[in-house]
Design a protein around this ligand. Structure first.
Ligand code: LLP
Length: 417
């Protein structure tokens, strides 16, 4: 008998039998351990701290419930993420609404559902929020998204804060002055603080420190203490090539840096906020596939799996790298140099360009690790592949948190005659 991968105390083979493949599997204890690491290490004697989960990384009602249990808030970026959150037990005051082009309808939903924090991206959006606040005669806290012009050293597509980025505006800009003027003595809108997000998969805190310096200088120009929100972006390890700083250590370093920067610039804040997404769910998630056919070309041996870019877009979009195993043959010698390809009609549908795996047979289970962030949330229906189920496993018990799509689901929105 070969060694079989266990996730959260359940064998991968049992999960595949019960829920079919492809399957997103989360080790719930691992998510909870990470949440504990955040809560225990992101704190200071000098100011209150607030952690909000960037739910674009993976959102499901049960996931939001879990982060609410640990006292985190949530970052939502669309009416859809907001609607899902409203079905969870997340307190309304824990919801922060992000996004560069929130529609009137989405902002309207925020007011109607008593969301109380909006991170505003531009003056046109603020004008709409202003209108709605009068219409509803309702208060709203507004954070301004600043573009600090600093790039974290990550893949180009994931950088969001270089100077021509579509997100935010410079503190020195006319647009910023207009926003601040609108917020001054506003009957309903309260200027809550400043925000920036300098990128994702950050391994080197230097860029973050530079961003903090800029935001603290901006905060110094205001009389009243405000919130300092430094976004998300903690890097995680996908393969051995990635060497992130340990999470607890990163959190402590950031806290220490902010404490010092505030002291040096003589600034007081009402809270320090972060918005981690990937680091909370990335490492806790794996995807299980069934190996189908194989193909030997002159240069390559392909293992084809029953999913691909429809359940994990990251390799084709960002050339993202993943590690994998045959989950039902963990201890078999890895003698084959393999390319793992999906089943989509697209040559770029390659999940892993090159890896070593044992010889496989049709029906073996292949696991790709670290797919918990931006895997399910970027899934799509290319080729009308069904979106896989999501399962949380904890202490030997698996529970489905999102069921697998069915063929009937595909026709749900179609006019059949
Ligand atoms: N806050 C803001 C304002 C953000 O834009 C993001 C991510 C986060 C927080 C969370 O960042 P994290 O901690 O997850 O790195 N689809 C890409 C990632 C796009 C990230 C966009 N913003 C990927 O699959 O790598």
């Amino acid at each position: 008998m070969s060694a079989i991968l266990e996730i959260g105390g359940v064998k991968a083979t049992e999960l595949a039998n019960q829920f079919k493949t492809p399957l997103y599997v989360y080790d719930q204890n691992q998510i909870e351990d990470t949440l504990t690491t955040f809560v225990e290490n992101f704190k200071s004697e000098a100011f209150p701290t607030k952690i909000i989960y960037a739910s674009k990384a993976f959102q499901a009602v049960q996931m939001v419930n879990l982060v609410a249990d640990y006292g985190l808030g949530i970052d939502v970026v669309s009416g859809g993420e907001l609607f899902t959150t409203l079905k969870s037990k997340m307190p309304r005051e824990g919801i922060y609404f992000h996004g560069n082009n929130k529609s009137r309808e989405e902002l309207d939903l925020a007011f109607k559902s008593w969301v109380s924090h909006i991170i505003c991206d531009n003056i046109m959006e603020l004008n709409v929020i202003d209108e709605l606040s009068h219409q509803y005669q309702q208060k709203m806290n507004i954070m301004l998204r600043l573009n600090v012009g600093i790039e974290a050293h990550t893949h180009e597509y994931i950088i969001t804060s270089h100077i021509d980025s579509k997100f935010g505006f410079a503190f020195e800009s006319e647009e910023c002055s207009q926003c601040l003027a609108l917020l001054t003595d506003h009957p309903y809108l309260t200027f809550e603080g400043v925000h920036c997000h300098i990128g994702s998969q950050i391994f080197d805190l230097t860029a973050w420190y530079a961003a903090i310096d800029k935001l603290v200088s901006a905060l110094k120009t205001f009389e009243q203490p405000l919130v300092l929100n430094i976004g998300g972006g903690f890097g995680i390890k996908y393969t051995d090539d990635d060497q992130p700083i340990e999470l607890a250590e990163s959190l402590r370093l950031l806290i220490r840096y902010v404490e010092t920067a505030l002291l040096e610039q003589d600034v007081t804040i009402t809270a320090l906020m972060i918005e981690p997404g990937r680091s909370i769910v990335g490492g806790a998630g794996s995807t299980l596939y069934t190996v189908g056919y194989q193909k030997q070309t002159p240069e390559k041996l392909y293992y084809f799996v029953d999913g691909g870019m429809s359940d994990n877009l990251r390799p084709s979009l960002y050339q993202a790298k993943y590690a994998c195993d045959l989950a039902n043959k963990l201890d078999a010698p890895k003698t084959e140099k393999v390319t793992v390809a999906g089943k989509c009609c697209e040559s770029g549908d390659i999940l892993i360009t090159e890896c070593l795996l044992p010889p496989a047979e049709e029906g073996d289970l292949l696991v790709t690790y670290t797919t918990g962030a931006y895997g399910h949330s970027m899934s799509n229906q290319y080729n009308k592949n069904l979106i896989p189920a999501v399962v949380f496993v904890k202490d030997g018990v698996a529970r489905e948190v999102i069921r697998r799509q069915t063929l009937e689901d595909l026709l749900r929105y179609e006019m059949l005659d």
